[in-house]
Write a protein that binds this ligand. Structure first.
Ligand code: PHE
Length: 347
């Protein structure tokens, strides 16, 4: 049987423990120290047992001391464990962290050529005092046709190969179509704002076409409408020449000849002089159909609550999709809605 523990022995053990403890700075050593000082392998368990066989005086003196020793070292070991674990975690975090700002190299996007040209055209027209207007693509049959002076059974409704969304109502205001032209915005803007008005309306239109390299069932148009006092065809010609020259970056020649659209009188076709280099490297030029236009028909003004005795106006509608194809020499219209990167990266 080991010798009974004495107060001196306890003090010595405590002092030795203080010295050892001070030099501990890793988890492994702390674990060892803890088990030696207060763990099962320590003398503490034995000393508590020995208490029972001591005399009363000694018991009174040693009992509380043993308890203090136990409390002190249990507390000290837990505190140090926490401190060492925190330090180890901080050390690990210095190298082992997630950089939330780091990402894989992304593919750089760009503005679609249609949008690029559309934006350019909008800014050209805004420079001439035009407002950019917008309107629904699912339109009433009335806004798309009747109000534009296209009579009920007029072949123009077939001419534009209309997609009817619903055509069961006798009242054309209750039927809807996918708009076949941006001319619906003429009606909407005049009804909304009255005259004078000066707008362009770029947007999508839909026609039930057989799709090929030059036809798509969806394409972009830009409508133009100017209604004011004393508006004439020369304003129309000047406006289109200014816009086209800005788009192509050189003076563009425009020619006007008669054409037919129910919503204009006189109706006009606008051609542009197109210069190109042929296969043999020769500089050539020819007239190219560019758009429909004309002076706004009095019926259209009346349908939009504008007095044709006071106001006149011109309107035009050109294919933005086609203009983009001409500007960049794109030969297949389908590429513009293909979303092909090889194609789009060229712009
Ligand atoms: N809306 C006609 C079309 O789509 C073009 C046009 C617009 C013609 C305005 C005259 C006036 O073909």
């Amino acid at each position: 049987m080991a010798e009974n523990v004495t107060p001196q022995q306890l003090t010595q053990t405590h002092e030795q423990a203080l010295r050892d403890f001070a030099s501990i700075n890793d988890l492994e050593s702390l674990k060892f120290f803890t088990s030696q000082t207060v763990g099962k392998k320590s003398n503490l368990g034995l000393w508590f047992k020995q208490l029972k066989s001591l005399d009363v005086e000694m018991k009174k003196e040693l009992g509380p001391k043993l308890q203090d020793f136990k409390n002190y070292w249990e507390q000290a070991c837990v505190s140090k464990l926490q401190a060492l674990e925190t330090a180890a975690l901080n050390e690990k975090l210095k190298t082992d962290f997630i950089d939330v700002t780091q990402s894989y190299p992304t593919q750089k996007g760009a503005i679609h050529p249609l949008s690029q040209v559309q934006r350019h055209i909008e800014s050209i027209f805004m420079g001439m005092g035009f407002e950019v207007a917008d309107g629904p693509e699912v339109e009433t049959e009335w806004h798309n046709f009747d109000a534009l002076n296209v009579p009920a059974n007029h072949p123009a409704r077939d001419m534009q190969d209309t997609f009817f969304v619903n055509s069961t109502q006798s009242e054309s205001k209750n039927n809807s179509v996918l708009r076949t032209q941006t001319s619906n915005i003429q009606i909407r803007k005049m009804l909304e704002k009255g005259a004078p008005v000066r707008i362009i309306a770029p947007g999508r239109v839909y026609r039930n076409e057989d799709v090929d390299a030059t036809h798509d069932a969806m394409f972009y148009q830009v409508e133009g409408l100017v209604v004011d006092k004393n508006i004439s065809v020369s304003h129309l010609k000047g406006t289109l020449e200014t816009m086209l020259s800005a788009v192509f970056g050189k003076t563009m020649k425009v020619r006007i000849r008669p054409g037919y659209f129910p919503f204009v009188e006189p109706g006009l076709e606008v051609d542009i002089w197109w210069e190109y280099t042929d296969k043999n490297g020769e500089e050539k030029g020819r007239w190219l159909e560019f758009c429909g236009a004309g002076m706004v028909h009095p019926n259209v003004l009346r349908n939009s609550n504008v007095d044709p005795e006071i106001y006149t106006g011109f309107a035009f509608g050109f294919g933005l999709t086609r203009l983009v194809m001409m500007k960049y020499g794109i030969e297949d219209i389908r590429l513009l809605s293909s979303n092909k990167r090889e194609f789009l990266q060229q712009f």
